[in-house]
Structure formats: structure tokens, C-alpha cells
Design a protein around this ligand. Sequence first.
Ligand code: HPA
Length: 290
Amino acid sequence: MNEITSFTLNDYKASADVIRTRTRHRPSIGLVLGSGLNSLASQVQEAEVIPYAEIPHFPTPTVEGHTGRLVIGRLAGAEVMVMQGRVHYYEGYSPQQVTYPIRVMQFLGVELLIVTNAAGGVNPSFHAGELMLIKDHLNLIGMGGLSPLRGPNNPALGPRFLDMSQAYDRSLRQLARRVARELQITLHEGVYACLAGPAFETPAEIRFLRLIGADAVGMSTVFEVTVARHGGMRVLGLSGISNIAVDDPDTEASTTHEEVLEAGNVVAPQLARLIIGILARLPHGTGGRP
Ligand code: HPA
């Protein structure tokens, strides 16, 4: 499926207006919580909750582990808009639908996006339950021709040809590394490869991904990051390594969604500590420029 879902500026504005009328907060920081990583939302204070189904055009998650609501409030003193769950291309949504909430964040004045996901470890030194700071990504679905930016470009939203040389902000990565050291959290840094899914990779595909420079693999994030950058946001990306991807068909090892969600229980508390530590060190009200 390679259709373009066209949304208009009025669509984004209508969604942003609904959100604005339902919260007193004016967040400049957005968070996307991936599979099994929902729990951070429960730490948001003065929280106002809006189910995606009550926001015009918002796509609603269809898979377990994705709650499907916006939680807006304060986290470590910063005003944040948290997406508790996201949708994926494999659910049948177009790249434009997958990234619709990111555009709405842009309309609401979000300047910094923190994206999280559950990912399979491709780098042999990684262990399940550890965290990886995303340094860069391999957009393998994008290379196949899919992009949320495909179709006419509206210069009011961003440039036709988008620079992706620093998709994941260098100074935010530096800050994340520093906070992880202070909090004694193991934080790998590496390249996230995105495939369309929903089938997990074959062992040959995992060996291929390793060969082309991937450290972790998943089925999300890259479209959202592309649109966030298009909209001028700075991005910090964190992967929870939920499983070690199987690279040899002659072993008993396998990968299941249950395993991914269970590992989320181990990863989520560390991820929450790290994100709260990062937010606490950002100057507030500035879009979090470190
Ligand atoms: N592969 C792809 N996506 C994933 C994985 C994986 O091993 N684990 C969590 N998301």
C-alpha cells in the first residue's frame, strides 16, 4: 500500500484546537511512548488525558501495549504532551496517518520531540532490558519508496528537500549520555533500522542489518522523526532493547510480542528515570534547548 492520505492545514488546526480547549498546559516538549513503555505517562502531574478517538483524524492503535491517549501535564517541571501509544505502518495506516499526531504537535508549538520504541538488539554486545540512545537511523521502508513527505510539499509545514544529516540532535545526545552516567544507567548508542513488519526479521535479515551498520531493529519511529525534523523540531530517540534478534536459524531462539512487552516492564522504569533526568536538566519554556 503506497497511497497518500492528504491532510490539510485546517485538519491539523482542528485537532490542535480540540486539544487546546481540553488542557490548560502549553507544552513545548512532546513524547512518544513505544510498545510496553507506557508507564511513564502515569508520572505526569496535573495530567489532562485525551483519548485519541476524541481528537479529529487521530489514528487509534490496534495492537496490545499501546494505550492510545494523550497525557498532557508536567514532568520534572517541564510541560509535556505524552503520546501513550502510537500507530504503525503495519497496522494499515499510511505514513501520513502514522505521523498525523506529530504535525498536530507542530501546530501546538512543540519544539522538542522525545521518541521511544521497543527494538530488537542487532549489535551482539547488547542485552535485553538495556537502553540505546539513537544516534542515527536506517529508514529501510523509506528506501523502498515510502515517506510521509511524499506528495505535494506545503512550505508552511517544512522544506521540500529535508536535511537529515542530524536527525537526532547532537547536543541532546550529549545531555542524554551525561544524565545516564550520573544516574548509572547503561546507555548504548547506535543506529536504529526500521523495517515495515509486522513479521519479525529472519536470521539472514538480521545478519544483513548488522552488515549495513544497524545496532537495533524495529517497526516504528523513522516516519515520526522525519516529520518532526520537517517541522523544525529537535529530536531525541531512545530504544528499549526488548529482545536479542535471532541471527542463526539453527538455534531454538525465537522472538514474540509477549517477550517484547515483558521486557518493556524491565526497560520502562530505567527509561522513565533517564527521561525525567533529561527533562530536569533542560531549561523550561524554551523548547528544551540544552
Ligand atoms: N524486530 C523488529 N521489531 C522489534 C523487535 C525485533 O526483534 N523487537 C521489538 N520490536
